[in-house]
Design a protein around this ligand. Structure first.
Ligand code: PCA
Length: 326
């Protein structure tokens, strides 16, 4: 009897241990599983799984299937997922500092974007920590360009056009341009273009490629407006509940994921421009009649943003500009 109880007890413990190890973490993203950001997440999940001998498995829930993009951070805070990826500018309402990513014409290339992240990161980490979240890493989308069904020679050509937007910051940019904002989540852009629901949008070349927008939007102006970053984070309580070896494995994998993601973004930026051209799109630099007023508009956006953020804006932009070598 004693023996039987003991055996049952042992089996129960074993089952319990296996169940605990087997429960994977949920990782929510609003983007597609095939995108370069998600491939990077999958590589992180693989290295964590390998380093922990399967002790920590991370399961990707892509395409907004667990929570729509705008709700990913709340889903992680509330425990519907342990880990999430969202676009940082999407958090700008609650966390104004996160909006530094979408101030137009501040960053000219990936090196600038990297410097901006260096100065922005401590503030963003603090803002996340105040919400019970821990930042793992951030990776930018390729530079934002202007797509249009018709040629655009000056900002007034955008007046009254239906401009696809993806969050509050892009809505404000559409308003400043006099366009009508139309909210379309990234995985639905292809359909919106095919159904003729949008005339123009500002996003990366890779997003145009993934959504095969070339039949509807024939022009791409390489205005290099900003480098929005996706941010990957975990719920602090879930992180602290992990055994130390698993916490370390996650930290090591996140530290590797950031530079790997930046390289993937740069590669995607180059390849996607070629791909747009191959599908007959006209890829051009903007005429001065377009780029000069766009810059002025960028300055207006920057002033609004600085007014909203207050002194924290200086904490980013003063070191950002003083560390510029060009
Ligand atoms: N693609 C995403 C965000 C920025 C980008 O380049 C989108 O268009 O929604």
């Amino acid at each position: 009897m004693f023996r039987r109880t003991w055996l049952l007890g042992a089996a129960g413990t074993l089952l319990h241990a296996r169940a605990a190890a087997a429960a994977p973490w949920k990782l929510a993203t609003g983007y597609r599983a095939e995108s370069f950001h998600a491939r990077n997440l999958l590589a992180l999940a693989q290295s964590v799984e390998a380093a922990t001998g399967g002790g920590l498995r991370i399961e990707l829930h892509a395409n907004g299937s667990l929570a729509p993009l705008a709700q990913v951070a709340d889903a992680v805070r509330e425990g519907r997922a342990e880990m999430g990826e969202t676009i940082m500018t999407g958090l700008a309402r609650a966390m104004p500092i996160a909006g530094a990513d979408a101030v137009p014409f501040i960053t000219r290339h990936y090196d600038d974007a990297r410097r901006l992240w260096t100065h922005q990161r401590p503030l963003v980490e603090r803002a996340f920590a105040e919400r019970g979240l821990r930042v793992l890493y951030a990776v930018p989308w390729p530079p934002q360009g202007l797509y249009s069904a018709r040629p655009i020679a000056a900002p007034q050509d955008l007046r009254g056009l239906r401009m696809r937007t993806y969050n509050a910051t892009t809505v404000r940019i559409a308003e400043l341009l006099g366009a009508t904002p139309v909210d379309v989540p990234m995985p639905e852009v292809g359909r919106a273009v095919a159904e003729g629901r949008i005339d123009t949008m500002i996003t990366s070349a890779v997003t145009g490629v993934e959504n095969r927008v070339w039949d509807g939007l024939k022009h791409f102006y390489d205005i290099n407006a900003w480098f929005p970053k996706n941010i990957v984070f975990v719920r602090e309580a879930a992180f602290l509940a992990l055994p130390a070896v698993q916490r370390d494995a996650l930290a090591v994998a996140a530290a590797a994921a950031e530079p790997r993601g930046w390289s993937a973004s740069q590669a995607a930026a180059r390849e996607s421009l070629d791909e747009l051209r191959r599908h007959g799109m006209k890829v051009e630099l903007p005429a001065a009649t377009l780029s000069t007023p766009l810059r002025r508009l960028g300055e207006r956006f920057a002033l609004e943003w600085i007014r909203e953020v207050g002194p924290q804006a200086n904490a980013i932009f003063i070191p950002y500009y003083s560390s510029s070598t060009t």
